[in-house]
Design a protein around this ligand. Structure first.
Ligand SMILES: Nc1ncnc2c1ncn2[C@@H]1O[C@H](COP(=O)(O)OP(=O)(O)O)[C@@H](O)[C@H]1O
Ligand SMILES: [Mg+2]
Ligand SMILES: [Zn+2]
Length: 510
């Protein structure tokens, strides 16, 4: 007998339908899997056999051919265990196929028949309506991902026998629907607060602007000046996620197997801080079965590279594509996979190898050649893509010991959220969530200057040697500063502040 079961897979974060045909024929008992299966899929037949036997069902002693279609895509992973098991049971007459033919099934099987969580549930759940299916059988641990999707019925199962009883209509399972607000992924404020940081008002302000507009930022200062401390507090001021952003980020995390079943979908912008020993594949993604890297894991969030010059040069080079395209393309034998990677880049560095080049008290011991080599590690093109440069000087002792607490993160975050909402209203027609993503066309339209502003920019060009790319960055950052100020027009003082975030260009990199 021939049975058909439906499942889904992902290429990057793009879902595609998978059909699993099981033919139970005559001949010596054997299980043959065809259709470009990888090792995990091949091993699947042993897991399926044990799981079936341990679920008080019978594994047919027949010759079984299992075909995974489409055959030209390399299937990976373990999520086909459950549909294969159901297919074998259907092909051997142990369950009828009418309900099964309406379902997409995903799930790994443990030897005892327990259903284990799998990767990629959200993309499949979002894609399956197009395939004419609206019922999804998934591991109970993945139900939050499936339950967010409107228009489908998501049925959680915890064991093979539960799935079998459901398909046989012997037991009902209530479909789970979890709307966006039901996903309470740690919406509490992070514990690290900007109120802990004494002084450094201008750095906090620069980070507020960066967070509001999604601008990339670089912190430069001597060791111990608080760069790491400041950057680690960014999560406490970044704006709330929209549903669309949340789904995009969740898809990447789903494919990477990063979702925690107790937390549901990703509702808090990710903050990723990889160590400087990371490889290019780790940072931008790759591998035999391409997995998203940190650049994609931080999609719609923050990628923090602490001590930027410590990273390998080729790793930093690899960042150029995601910084420019907001997505990573990974070429594989037959096709190119893409992962979204629209992150806000935050970097920190010392101004020179010893760290004290710009310090008021300690003397720098580095030679000009050493400084040049150090700074040149960070290539111009990378630096060009950073909108905001901030100097982080050492805090004088008396400031450190001052008792009065500064503004807390909650207050900053309120302004950031309001500024982001203004941007979203303005840019929604262009499908853009923040100012940093504006291209020339939007900059022309939304960053109009008065005559006085033009004069100021012209002077910045002449006096500071701001490049053409720098010019656009200043306008985008000025737009964000005006948004924080609740102004539709970009005023001269907004522009002046934005220009100030480019001046390091001139001092350090020439
Ligand atoms: N402005 C500040 N207010 C309070 N503590 C600070 C400040 N700057 C530095 N510190 C203290 O110094 C420590 C070292 O700062 P850190 O962020 O590691 O410096 P950097 O990364 O610039 O080398 C911090 O953990 C913190 O305890
Ligand atoms: Mg540090
Ligand atoms: Zn030095």
């Amino acid at each position: 007998m021939l049975a058909k079961v439906f499942s889904g897979g992902v290429l990057g974060v793009e879902p595609y339908p998978v059909e699993i045909e099981v033919d139970c024929g005559r001949g010596l008992p054997a299980v043959i899997v065809v259709g470009l299966p990888d090792e995990a899929v091949k091993e699947s037949r042993d897991r399926v056999k044990s799981a079936v036997q341990n679920s008080e069902l019978s594994f047919p002693a027949r010759r079984m051919t299992i075909n995974l279609a489409p055959a030209d895509i390399k299937k990976e992973g373990v999520s086909y265990d459950l549909p294969i098991a159901l297919g074998i049971l259907a092909a051997s007459g142990q369950l009828s196929g009418d309900l099964l033919s309406e379902c997409i099934c995903m799930g790994e099987l443990a030897l005892d028949g327990t259903v284990r969580p799998v990767k990629g549930v959200l993309p499949v759940a979002l894609g399956m309506l197009k395939w004419g299916k609206n019922k999804l059988i998934v591991p109970v641990e993945n139900i939050a991902e499936a339950g967010i999707v409107e228009g489908i019925e998501a049925y959680p199962v915890s064991s093979l026998s539960e799935a079998v009883r459901f398909v046989r209509r012997e037991a009902e399972i209530a479909p789970v629907r979890l709307p966006f607000r039901a996903h309470r992924q740690d919406l509490r404020m992070p514990e690290d607060d900007f109120a802990d940081v004494k002084g450094q008002q201008h750095v906090k302000r620069a980070l507020e602007v960066a967070a509001a507009g999604g601008h990339n930022a670089l912190l430069i200062g001597p060791p111990g000046s608080g760069k790491t401390m400041l950057a680690r507090r960014i999560p406490s001021i970044i704006p709330d996620m929209t549903l669309a952003e949340s789904l995009e980020t969740t898809m990447v995390h789903s494919v990477a197997g990063l979702l925690r079943s107790d937390k549901g979908i990703v509702r808090v912008r990710p903050f990723r801080a990889p160590h400087h020993s990371i490889s290019s594949a780790g940072l931008v993604g790759g591998g035999a079965y391409p997995m998203p890297g940190e650049a994609s894991m931080s999609h719609n969030g923050v990628l923090f590279l602490d001590e930027l010059p410590e990273f390998h040069r080729d790793v930093l080079e690899a960042l150029r594509q995601p910084l420019e395209d907001k997505e990573v393309s990974i070429a594989r034998a037959r096709r190119t996979l893409t992962f979204p990677s629209n992150f806000m880049l935050v970097c920190s560095m010392n101004p020179c190898p010893c760290g004290y080049a710009a310090d008021a008290k300690q003397r720098c011991r580095c030679t000009p050649a050493q400084i040049k080599r150090y700074v040149s590690k960070i290539s111009g093109p990378l630096l060009d893509r950073i909108d905001i440069h901030v100097e982080v000087p050492s805090v004088p002792y008396r400031e450190l010991t001052r008792g009065d607490p500064g503004e807390n993160s909650r207050q900053i975050r309120e302004r950031v959220n309001a500024a982001r909402a203004r941007q979203q209203d303005r840019l929604c027609n262009e499908q853009m969530p923040c100012n940093a993503l504006m291209r020339s066309k939007q900059i022309k339209k939304h960053c109009v200057l008065a005559a006085e502003g033009h004069a100021l920019l012209k002077e910045a060009h002449e006096r500071l040697g701001v490049s053409a790319r720098g010019h656009d960055k200043i306008l985008k950052v000025a737009r964000t500063i005006a948004d924080l100020d609740g102004q539709e027009a970009i005023l001269t003082h907004h522009l002046a502040e934005a220009i100030q975030y480019r001046t390091l260009d001139r001092q350090m990199w020439r």
